[in-house]
Design a protein around this ligand. Structure first.
Ligand code: G6P
Length: 486
């Protein structure tokens, strides 16, 4: 690469998808809030995005992606078949992912996975080094790349480095299990600003830094190697306007009507939209629905459930066993409660386009967002933004980051099936005045807290180091919890 950028994003995945078009296969910008929020900054700075294209390629052979897509310069990082197995499926998604999500599945520890994590993080750091101009700003994303800020700092002390963790940051009692714990922490501390979804994660981080590395902290600042690192809470959001525009399109509303008709025009459509992941609480949700049908509190065909379960990480064992469990439960419910042509649960193990999802949101009366643990959960925010009609209701897990902001949802503890059932019944029977008041309040909130505000507030905090000796609270900390302050 000859020309270097003053703004570089480093993420496990590149922000592009290869799609079939009438003229052949083409690379397009991926849908999604993160990419759309960073696009203007990247386009105006001739910025570069460093990431993996998603396929296996030998370390010396760069994957076939175009140099620029939609004004974003792409710098691909190759992963070999062994890297995919040991880094992506292994350390990222069989060790860190379960451990950072309250160990709802048992994390697995393997020494060769840790070596792969170091090796691949070093490759990403080298790519970021090559892409960044002197004094550039580099923003590293998520749990796959926690060593990158430290590696990059060592090679390039001239850079301003930010890190944002999209997933939860676990309490000390869990974090202490990771064999690489001090190394991961030092990796994160290579950044000038470390951002989390929630104040509770900031607290966990500070506490672990004090305990594990003996660092001094003051407010949101940590001192390490004579440098100051700031930690803050920056709850991510969605492109609210894009969702509103999609839902204002008559074709979306027409499609929503069609979906309801295809479902047999039920009184209540309950909807779940998740990656097929064990953190999402799909099993508990299905159990709650089955018990409600069994007790006659809900009945088919008046009520139907649609569960979109997007295929994800399909070679990882935890995900394979989850699929078996979910599909067994769907089969059991349908066997017991469906009628000919009228299934109780419509289970869709498929990926959907943003347009089709918007139509599903408009077709659904009750959105079920019941993860056992989730950094944020943008589906809840998408559903609220989609409902400019103020219709619908959201059942939301207290263990999703979104619950700190969407206070008018029907909040519940998804580990407690009775509480979940109660929230599902209350949401499906809410009267229009109460329901629309709740939806309007959440939509007002989201309009002023969209993904552009998230990116702006993070980048402003990153460019604006706190004055010496002054403790600051950075970001848009919104949690009502008292323990947000120490
Ligand atoms: C979560 C993670 C992302 C990840 C996404 C999809 O949202 O926070 O970093 O990209 O899941 O998972 P995948 O393994 O397909 O990248």
């Amino acid at each position: 690469m000859t020309e270097r950028s003053s703004f570089v994003v480093v993420a496990n995945r590149l922000p592009v998808d290869e799609e079939e078009t009438p003229t052949g296969r083409e690379w397009r910008r991926s849908p999604g809030g993160l990419v759309s929020a960073l696009h203007p900054v990247l386009a105006s700075h001739r910025g570069t995005w460093v990431g993996w294209s998603g396929g296996a390629s030998e370390p010396t052979a760069l994957p076939e992606v175009p140099a620029v897509v939609d004004g974003i310069r792409l710098h691909p990082v190759p992963l070999s078949a062994v890297d995919i197995e040991e880094f992506y499926e292994g350390h990222c998604n069989s060790t860190i992912w379960p451990l950072y999500h309250d160990a709802v599945e048992q994390p697995r520890f393997r020494r060769r996975w840790r070596d792969a994590y170091r090796r691949v993080n070093a490759r990403f750091a080298a790519a970021a080094d090559a892409a960044a101009a002197p004094g550039a700003t580099v923003w590293v994303q998520d749990y796959q790349l926690q060593l990158v800020p430290g590696m990059l700092r060592a090679a390039r002390p001239d850079l301003r480095i930010g890190f944002f963790l999209h997933v939860p940051f676990p309490p000390m009692e869990l974090f202490m299990q990771i064999p690489m714990r001090a190394e991961i922490l030092r990796g994160l501390l290579g950044a000038d600003l470390v951002g989390f979804q929630q104040p509770l994660a900031v607290q966990n981080f500070m506490r672990i830094a004090r305990h594990l590395l003996g660092l001094r902290t003051r407010g949101d600042l940590l001192e390490t190697d004579g440098r100051r690192v700031r930690a803050g809470s920056f709850p991510i959001s969605i492109d609210v306007r894009a969702m509103e525009m999609m839902c204002a399109d008559p074709s979306t509303l027409e499609r929503a009507k069609q979906i309801r008709a295809d479902l047999g025009d039920p009184k209540i459509v309950m909807l779940g939209v998740d990656r097929l992941d064990y953190t999402k609480g799909i099993g508990q949700r299905l159990q709650a629905f089955r018990e409600l049908l069994d007790e006659g509190k809900l009945s088919v065909p008046d009520t139907v459930m649609v569960q979109v379960a997007t295929p994800s990480r399909e070679r990882v064992e935890h995900y394979q066993s989850l699929r078996v469990k979910v599909e067994r439960e769907v089969g059991r419910i349908n066997g017991d409660f469906s009628q000919v042509g009228l299934p109780a649960v419509h289970y869709l193990h498929q990926s959907y386009s943003p347009n089709e999802l918007a139509a599903l949101y408009r077709a659904a009366d009750v959105m079920l967002v019941t993860p056992l643990r989730d950094g944020m959960n943008l589906v809840a925010k998408e559903y609220v933004a989609a409902r400019a009609d103020n219709g619908g209701a959201v059942v939301l897990s207290e263990f999703a980051g979104a619950a700190y902001e969407l206070r008018q949802a029907f909040l519940c503890n998804p580990h407690d099936v009775d509480a979940l059932k109660d929230a599902m019944v209350r949401a499906s029977s809410v009267d229009f005045a109460d329901g629309s008041r709740r939806m309007a309040a959440m939509r007002r909130y989201l309009r002023s807290h969209d993904v552009n505000r998230w990116a702006d507030s993070f980048l402003r905090a990153l460019e604006d180091p706190p004055p010496v000796g002054v403790a600051t609270v950075s970001g848009v900390s919104l949690a009502p919890v008292a323990d947000a302050r120490r």
